[in-house]
Design a protein around this ligand. Sequence first.
Ligand SMILES: O=C(O)CCC(=O)C(=O)O
Ligand SMILES: [Fe+2]
Length: 259
Amino acid sequence: MQDAYYGTLLREYHNIPFAKGCCTEIGTETVTFRLTNRDRTPDELSTFKILGPGMIILKNYLSLKDQVDIVKLCDKMTFGLRGYYMYKSDVDCRRQMCFGRNWAPETRYKNRYMSNGMEPLPIPDELISLAEAAIQDAQIHLDELPSMRPDTCLANFYQSEGRLGLHQDDDESPDSLERGLPVVSISIGDMAEFVYGHTPDKKELKSVMLKSGDVLIFGGKSRLIYHGVTQIYLYTSPEPLIEDSGLRPGRLSLTLRQF
Ligand SMILES: O=C(O)CCC(=O)C(=O)O
Ligand SMILES: [Fe+2]
């Protein structure tokens, strides 16, 4: 059993440290939200940029309402032993929470949380449909991008010093990796620099800024790209997001995959 620290992302609790092994029960109330990205007003139109074969960024894909709803939805899951946690050994200042399957650096995919043996909650349906809709929209521009239905979602919360070292996402099943089933990464909150490349050679890495509401997808020939998060730009969250969601300073990313 390893110590883990649990806590909420909401600012009203900012002064309350993430508690060690806090065991408040998860509320039964659920937050439901309807995706609004289909009926945007013209000035909120999403744009896209192809970053490589099977790799695309959908800029401003999520409406403000969707971003607020996702923060609240995730935070509902926070008051309990399945909430955001940080291993004592974590030097990257990240907190994480999983839906569907648990993934941790020490255990890779496991059905249960290593710290307390609990099973992760299922991925909320809204997040599954959001990932599927984003892939469908990306496929209009990238014909080599396969479809996927996520069964695992890793939520990472990066604080000011939050980082994620260069790595490949290669713990999914051989079938999923061989088929190049895409990873869908949703960014909410402060802006981040995301680096990526087809080799781990630091000189060859490219970088892209991930802003609140952006969705990054990498599948097909880019499924095994090396990638990482080098910097969080604190206090760059859209002001209305902070006001409406109460998100504390930092960046929430949700990464959805099919095992
Ligand atoms: O935070 C991100 O955008 C990347 C997350 C990531 O690479 C991962 O969870 O494997
Ligand atoms: Fe990754």
